[in-house]
Design a protein. Structure first.
Length: 102
C-alpha cells in the first residue's frame, strides 16, 4: 500500500474509531509538531550563538565539567563529543542530527 492508499484507508475508517484511538492518534501528531518546533527553535538559537561567537573552547569545557558532579558519562567522552560538535564546519547538519537524537 502506498502513502495515498494508506491515507484514504485511514480517512475512510476514521469515523468508526473509538475515542481512545482518536486521542492516541491526536497525541502522536501533536507531539510530533511540538518536537519539530523545538528542534527548529534550538537549531536557530544554536546558529545565532555560533554566529555571535558564543561557543566554548576545549579548555572551557574541561573547566566546566571538572566542576560537575560525577555522572555516568566520563569527562573525556563528554569533551570529545562536544568539542567535535562545536568545531564542526557543517554546524547546521551536525546540530540537527544531534538534536534529532535527543
Amino acid at each position: 500500500m502506498n502513502l495515498i492508499e494508506k491515507r484514504d484507508f485511514i480517512q475512510s475508517r476514521l469515523h468508526q474509531a473509538d475515542e481512545s484511538l482518536i486521542d492516541e492518534f491526536y497525541e502522536m501528531l501533536r507531539k510530533e509538531e511540538v518536537l519539530k518546533t523545538k528542534l527548529i527553535s534550538r537549531a536557530l538559537k544554536s546558529e545565532n550563538d555560533i554566529k555571535e561567537g558564543k561557543v566554548f573552547s576545549r579548555t572551557e569545557i574541561e573547566q566546566r565539567t571538572n566542576k560537575l558532579k560525577p555522572s555516568k558519562l566520563k569527562m573525556e567522552d563528554f569533551i570529545n563529543k562536544w568539542s567535535g560538535f562545536l568545531s564542526n564546519p557543517e554546524t547546521d547538519n551536525s546540530k540537527f542530527q544531534y538534536l534529532g537524537q535527543k
